[in-house]
Design a protein around this ligand. Structure first.
Ligand code: COA
Ligand code: AMP
Length: 643
């Protein structure tokens, strides 16, 4: 298909001119128990709600519907775990049996419609069963990524107030076994809210000790329920009732609980598999992410299963499990049609195998497209992948908040010309605008804040969990009538978007979203630290890594390097290894404006060896030289540059 044949322009235009007609049609892609009263109800919720009055069930649409349609023997999940050596194929019929049973087990533990269930689990099939079983009985799941520390898990438990927590004895990282249960037990000592029960899946690599009364053995509970032939049917869920809460970094240490609704999410994901990803039922879709992230929710679990595809659940890394050919092996073995990953994973592979020699060892003929998201895709990596794999690479832009892509190249509608460095054009329903500080649209190719005119399309967050006001303040207040993405960038004459960076303190470390403000809270809690600033420094592999500058309290006589080591350990302990916080640097003072604002932006430019201008409002210009010297002394910046 040539570019001229693309159905994109007419599809997008229709979604803008007649959004209700567009989404009413898209809603035919899912099964309804009762159709919605209205496609969009502007008087409902913070900015309106989609498909009000409708009744449906996500698990029915992701599982039962396909069994009814004759896909029972088709694999739903290919589980592949190079870190344990395990592989397992779960057909749609088996998946249905598992989620029916687990739904009954959850009900036995007292879980009812609307109750929250925290899922703190590694990348094993039971984690997917857990999400779907919650959806089946109408419980609201909240999955917590395994690389977070106990304190982060605790803050999510405190906010979500789960009736039950589903966990496993351990996760497996290439370098170590991560004992989940002690982290869960520790988190539960930090919170006032206690779950009524914890259901723990014991993995053979490490057994967890269970607390009598509270903790239940997953396998035992499963065999009781299964042998009694008990199973849960799909509950009729209101279209706007929450399917899940997914916590993501905000600008403070307190994570934001992004709410996802039931029907809008299904309709949007189902549309995206056709229109954006161009993947058909029965094909194999692999998202090499983690179920703890939004990409994992939407494109490991929900979208492929809603579409009747087979999803790959990969418990491994792009390199080291065992080598940089791991992704190519999986593609060959399962005949993957589309791969979705983060640029950092490709950079890791490229570093180990720059000539792509291992690619030649595998048959990648099934692969049609590679999709990238999560962080900026550097053109070098995109071109490398395109040349070595011989398939087109689509960079697409989205956020935890939106749940699916805001912009991309709509493969399913027909390719548009690829602009390297751009994340493509807005997807249907997203009225994207580039605004200046006063909220006025800027001209094409001019940088500004990227905003989306309300209402957001189906699938996007309707609010933050029990925090409508925080939702308004964080996203809707700065540009009235718009959702603020907190990304800055520009749009060319053809609608291509270029995402240049965040306007807040969020950084992206190896595709993981983190808040430097949250890290600063941890640094400031160290008894010897008077003040601090954390910036994201450019990193060739991870995109960005955090670097913390600390000023010690006067009178502190301990060696700075000892305190720096403690600070590094503190961040690992409080936020988790995923923060990859390894650089703490003691300085005599921080560069500030005359009104006392820390000049983090200029510090970042110095750290990244970019040219910078002396801020007119700086209090003492020498402080910036001191930062440059501190970085140079660590070998982090070769030549400090100044204006
Ligand atoms: N459970 C426990 N610990 C975890 C974890 C998990 N699920 N995931 C990561 N960690 C730990 C790692 O073991 C590591 O710990 P260490 O400091 O003891 O070595 C730390 O968190 C940092 O991990 P990571 O950022 O993954 O770095 P890495 O050096 O191990 O691997 C990459 C680098 C690029 C291979 C890896 O980050 C990667 O595959 N990234 C892709 C991310 C992604 O898919 N994001 C989703 C958006 S699409
Ligand atoms: P997350 O909520 O973890 O998905 O992170 C969302 C943020 O990641 C966005 O606000 C962007 O800053 C960044 N991001 C995601 N995808 C891209 C992309 N394709 N290009 C540039 N930045 C991206």
């Amino acid at each position: 298909m040539t570019t001229d044949d693309s159905r994109y322009q007419q599809t997008y235009a229709r979604s803008m001119q007649d959004p209700e007609g567009f989404w009413r049609e898209a809603a035919l892609g899912i099964d309804w128990i009762a159709p919605p009263r209205s496609v969009f109800d502007a008087d409902h919720g913070v900015y309106g709600r989609w498909f009000t009055g409708g009744l449906c069930n996500v698990c029915h649409n992701a599982v039962d519907r396909h069994v009814d349609a004759g896909r029972g023997n088709q694999p739903a999940i290919f589980y592949d775990s190079p870190v344990t050596g395990a592989k397992r194929t779960v057909t749609y019929s088996e998946l249905q049996a598992e989620v029916r049973t687990l739904g009954a087990m959850l009900r036995d533990l007292g879980v009812e419609k609307g109750d929250r269930v925290v899922i703190y689990m590694p990348m094993i099939p039971e984690a997917v069963f857990a999400m779907l079983a919650c959806a089946r009985i109408g419980a609201v799941h909240s999955v917590v990524f395994g690389g977070f520390a106990a304190a982060e898990l605790a803050s999510r438990i405190e906010d979500a107030r789960p009736k039950v927590i589903l966990s496993a004895s351990c996760g497996i990282e290439p370098s170590r076994v991560v004992a989940y249960k002690p982290l869960l037990d520790l988190a539960l000592t930090m919170v006032s809210h206690q779950p009524e029960a914890c259901l723990v899946f014991q993995r053979p690599e490490l057994a967890a000790s269970l607390k009598p009364g509270r903790d239940h053995d997953w396998a035992q509970a499963r065999s009781h329920a299964a042998s009694a032939g008990r199973g849960a049917d799909c509950a009729a869920m209101g279209a706007t009732e929450p399917l899940y809460i997914l916590y993501t970094s905000g600008t403070t240490g307190k994570p934001k609980g992004v709410v996802r609704d039931t029907a809008g999410y299904m309709v949007a994901l189902r549309w995206s598999m056709d229109g954006l990803y161009g993947v058909a039922p029965g094909e194999v879709f692999w998202s090499a992410s983690d179920i703890g992230w939004v990409v994992g929710h939407s494109y490991i679990v929900y979208a492929p299963l809603l579409t009747g595809c087979t999803t790959v659940l990969y418990e491994g890394k792009p390199v080291g499990t065992p080598d940089a050919g791991a992704f190519w092996r999986v593609i060959e073995e399962y005949k993957v049609s589309a791969l979705f990953t983060a640029p950092t994973a490709l950079r890791a592979i490229k570093k180990e195998d720059p000539d792509g020699r291992l690619i030649g060892d595998y048959d990648l003929s099934s692969l049609r497209t590679l999709f990238l998201a999560g962080e900026r895709a550097d053109p070098d990596t995109v071109v490398w992948a395109e040349q070595k794999l011989g398939v087109p690479v689509v960079d697409h832009w989205w956020q935890t908040e939106t749940g699916w892509a805001i912009a991309g190249n709509p493969v399913g509608l027909g390719w548009l010309p690829v602009k390297v460095g751009s994340t493509g054009v807005p997807m249907p329903g997203y009225d994207v605008r580039i605004l200046d500080e006063g909220g006025h649209p800027v001209a094409a190719n001019k940088m500004g804040s990227i905003a989306i005119k309300l209402p957001l399309p189906p699938g996007c967050l309707p609010t933050l969990w029990q925090q409508d006001e925080r939702f308004r303040e964080s996203y809707l207040v700065d540009f009235p009538g718009y959702y603020k993405t907190a990304d800055a960038g520009f749009q060319d004459e053809n609608g291509n978007l270029f995402i240049m960076g965040r306007t807040d303190d969020i950084i992206n470390v190896a595709g993981h979203r983190l808040s430097t403000g949250g890290m600063e809270e941890v640094l400031a809690s160290h008894p010897d630290v008077a003040e601090c600033a954390v910036i994201g420094m450019h990193d060739a592999l991870k995109g960005e890594v955090p670097c913390g500058f600390v000023v010690l309290k006067s009178g502190v006589e301990r060696a700075p390097d000892e305190i720096e080591r403690e600070i590094v350990a503190l961040v690992r302990d409080q936020i988790g290894p995923v923060a990859a916080f390894r650089l703490a640097i003691t300085v005599a003072r921080l560069p500030k404006t005359r009104s006392g604002k820390i000049l983090r932006g200029t510090m970042k430019k110095i750290a990244d060896a970019e040219s910078w201008n002396m801020p007119a409002t700086i209090d003492d210009p020498a402080t910036l030289d001191e930062i440059a010297q501190a970085l140079t002394a660590r070998g982090l910046v070769k030549l400090p540059q100044g204006a």
